[in-house]
Design a protein around this ligand. Sequence first.
Ligand code: ADP
Ligand code: MG
Length: 595
Amino acid sequence: MAREKLKDEEKRKLNSENLKKLYSIFEYLIPYRSKFVIGLIFLVVGSFLLLAFPYVAGKLIDVASGDSSWILTDINQVAIALLGILFLQGIISYFRVYLFAQVSENAMSDIRSELYRRIIHLPIAFFDKNRTGELMSRMTADVSMLQTTFSTTLAELIRQIVTLIVGLSMIFITTPALSLFMLAVLPVIIIAAMLFGKKIRKLSRKSQDELAVSSTIAEETFQSILAVKSFTNENFEKKRFGSALDQVVQAAIHAAKYRAGFISFIIFALFGAMVAIIWYGATLLQNGEMSMGDLISFVLYTSFIGGSIAGLGDLFGQLQRAIGASERVLEIQEEATEEYQEKFTGETKIKGNIKFEDVTFAYESRKDIQVLNHLSLKIEQGQKVALVGKSGAGKTTVAQLLMRLYDGYQGSIAIDGKEITDYELRALRGNIGIVPQEIILFGGSIRENIAYGNPEASEEEILAAAEKANALDFINSFPEGLDTQVGERGVKLSGGQRQRIAIARTILKNPAILILDEATSSLDAESENLVQQAFHELMKNRTTLIIAHRLATIKSADNIFVLENGEITETGNHEKLFANSESTYNHLVNLQLVE
Ligand code: ADP
Ligand code: MG
């Protein structure tokens, strides 16, 4: 994946369309524009001050050699003026850097918080397509890149352009003959340096990308450390990471070869040019066509100009990367989010009559497979129904569609006679509770995890929910009780304990419709008993859809739906369906659901 991205990057040029993208990031600077403008003014003033330096330094020599045509006629005065210029330059630089930092820190924090808000409002389908690590890098690395752009790159760009223009004008005005000579020498070096620079940038980007590939490998391995250890695949992972590192080294060394060549070329070319220019200047000096002071300021200006040309090359490289970063940031801004209505009060009451009619659905990330195919089913308010079918039949999909975790189905899904797309999204999701098979808790305390179901719940309500969920006993057995930290993703608790916390959380949420998606399939017998009782408590007075493997759970259901080939092929209670020895249900019970 990272390697594909590399090709994209190479296409990324500084054309107007790309600059426009960078420009739209500028909008984040608008709230801080006055500071930004003051910073810019300081920047330009500072650059001019610095540019006055070679001129005045040259005058110092001329005044020393007896030229009294300038305003200051004493070398001490000129020296003090020089120091004054530097001092003022220093103060201005301080405020410029400080102001730009203030502006860029604030603007980037705004971008990050907007990005975060957007990402958490993106539909699940987006997360199916994008990896977490990649999203993280957009929020951190890409935004940091933009920050560097706004705090230093742009400032430097302006400073270098001013330096270049003013520097060139100054030497042309003061020493035209020498400047023309220089102009004949310099372009050769500049063009060679630019070609070199381009190659080097490309190569170092490649080594950066190889580094990203290796980091992704490490990240994924650490996240699945349990799997690595249980398969004792440490060596395999070490090799995988090792060969990724080899790629990094190879790419970096390849880039270093060019860089080394570049450096030796530049040293030779620049100093060679310097010798040529000084030689020509000395000739002019000897013939009395130029003063010593002029030569000094010429040499100083030339070094400024050379510096700014080299700097500009670098800055263009940075700008290109900034464009890449802004593209990746803006891409997320352009994704359609699922917005909740601001004014929603949460009052929409749902009774819980569910009706799927002729529902056809394929996941966006796998359009060619129709997961649901003209599926119809009906659940009455308060009913407990079971949905059974082989693994991969589409049971979870049914649950996710009901909650509108995925959109884009054909047909109709209605609750209480109203299409789910006509509900305010928060009202819909707020009235449906899902207990999935794999419970993932947030790193934090048990209290925080239970209260996630209703952040406004009181201590008593939290305890009552924990009790109903059969969780109070084990919570009290921990010395810190509700304040026990559950560890990252809840790893410090057992599966059954996590399950009961999830139940307590759902009790607090108090949804009208409940979905248990294979919620007990990964439990041991003892915790299953406790969890079953908790589920019983949770199901009271709620329309419940149980997606289940366990015969005991299914047997007691009011109605059973068999999902096969994307549609419901059999409906009825256990006795009726099981009685038919030819039924898929009978088959499923015999094959998979035996206890
Ligand atoms: P079940 O819960 O019955 O085991 P699912 O509803 O999870 O089945 O999956 C049904 C089919 O849809 C499977 O073929 C699965 O591979 C596919 N599927 C599930 N989730 C996604 C997804 N997010 N993107 C693409 N395909 C998916
Ligand atoms: Mg499933």
